[in-house]
Write a protein that binds this ligand. Structure first.
Ligand SMILES: Nc1nc2c(ncn2[C@@H]2O[C@H](COP(=O)(O)OP(=O)(O)OP(=O)(O)O)[C@@H](O)[C@H]2O)c(=O)[nH]1
Ligand SMILES: [Mg+2]
Length: 385
């Protein structure tokens, strides 16, 4: 039987902990195949939330509490709660849940079913068919939540997830453990936690599913949502996305190529002293190739780094691959002139550069050549093990 711990962070929720426990307990009865528990994580709420929870613990054996000395923000409360849920209560599945009854507990069985059917993390989602947000919300809050989620989808380039900011989630304990130790400290502050956790989960290749629900309005207690929320969230996702791009192989490949071009120009400048121009030109190309090969091996393809004994053979292969790209460029320029011909197209304003078809052939050649290079490097030189 799987053990499920519903982690509920609380800060000044004295009026809500009783009703939320009651609502969850009636849903727990509909989950006979699971051993269901609640873990409140209270940050020493001044309104005495923890005393109220102590009363509940006397009444219900499935209620537990973790008391933090100071208010540390949502992410911090979740992090500590997750660790205790796994280490102390031996959870197999963990839920993130709000104390204020905004999360409709009746979808818990469907969320558990999605986990059983292979999902690693299930979101209680407001922005899919069957879900929704309170109609009574003021316009600015609706706008922020809806637009915020669209914005995140566009920045992350991921349109499969519709509700990035939802705080209603079911997660396999193994996934929680895996993600917790790669979350950086910034992500534990406030609400960036939710997005940060999801970003890492997706990056790691885990499966995310969504179950719709209607987010209800708070009926008692106060919102902890502050103005820093929007700014922090936006900053966090931009950073996360930039990190993702900078760490991508394509980005490193382009930087390596760009560096190679600069190396070639500088090398040519020095080699030209005292030797024949053609020889200097050839040597500068070869210098760029050595630079590209080294950077590719140490950085772009660091995860497939070559053994010292492989390097000579692979270096020859790398030269052939680079030669292939030059051949492609020559062939495109040749075919272009032959079948389309060279003629002027237009003049770029301000810089007054005359663009002709010849320039287009070169650009197309360079792009296809790069495409070939990337293909050859990743398929032949740094073959996947
Ligand atoms: N332990 C702990 N819990 C917190 C903290 N901040 C928020 N919470 C709890 O996290 C949950 C979500 O916070 P809410 O203020 O309800 O945020 P929200 O649902 O986005 O906003 P509302 O719609 O206004 O309720 C609630 O159960 C809060 O009590 C914190 O610093 N520490
Ligand atoms: Mg709330």
């Amino acid at each position: 039987m799987y053990k499920v711990v519903v982690v509920i962070p609380t800060y000044n929720e004295v009026k809500n902990v009783g009703p939320v426990t009651l609502a969850l307990s009636s849903v727990f009865k509909k989950c006979p195949d699971y051993d269901m528990h609640i873990l409140f994580v209270d940050d020493n709420s001044p309104d005495g939330t923890s005393h109220q929870v102590d009363e509940l613990i006397k009444k219900y054996s499935f209620v537990h509490i973790l008391n933090n000395k100071h208010k540390g923000g949502l992410g911090h409360a979740y992090k500590k709660g997750f660790v205790v849920a796994i280490d102390k209560y031996k959870a197999d599945i963990i839920f993130e849940f709000d104390a204020d009854l905004q999360h409709d507990p009746s979808i818990i069985p469907s969320m558990l079913l999605r986990l059983k059917n292979g999902a690693d993390l299930v979101l209680g989602a407001r922005y899919i068919k069957g879900g929704g947000i309170p109609t009574a919300w003021p316009f600015y809050r609706k706008f922020l939540s809806v637009m915020g989620n669209h914005f995140i989808r566009v920045v992350m380039g991921n349109f499969k997830v519709h509700d990035w900011t939802t705080g209603y989630r079911a997660i396999k304990a193994s996934v929680v453990q895996d993600i917790l130790h790669i979350m950086n400290n910034a992500a534990f502050q406030g609400y960036t936690w939710q997005i940060g956790f999801l970003v890492k989960t997706i990056q790691k290749g885990y499966t995310v599913a969504e179950v719709p629900f209607h987010f209800r309005d708070r009926t008692s207690g106060h919102s902890k949502l502050g103005p820093e929320y929007i700014f922090n969230t936006m900053r966090y996702i931009m950073k996360a996305r930039i990190n993702e791009i900078v760490n991508s192989r394509i980005f490193k490949f382009l930087v390596t190529g760009g560096t190679g071009t600069i190396v070639q120009v500088i090398a040519l400048y020095f080699y030209r002293f005292g030797i024949d121009y053609q020889i200097a030109n050839f040597l500068s190309i070869e210098t760029a190739i050595v630079s590209n090969f080294t950077l590719s091996n140490l950085w772009t393809f660091a995860d497939r780094k070559l053994k010292p004994a492989q390097i000579p053979g692979k270096f020859v292969q790398f030269n052939l691959a680079s030669g292939g790209s030059i051949l492609i460029q020559l062939a495109i320029a040749f075919a272009g002139e032959r079948f389309i011909g060279l003629h002027a197209l237009f003049t770029l304003p301000v810089v007054a550069v005359h663009v002709d078809t010849g320039m287009i052939f070169s650009i197309v050649g360079i792009l296809i050549g790069m495409f070939w290079n990337f293909f050859a490097y990743s398929r032949f030189v740094w073959k996947k093990k």
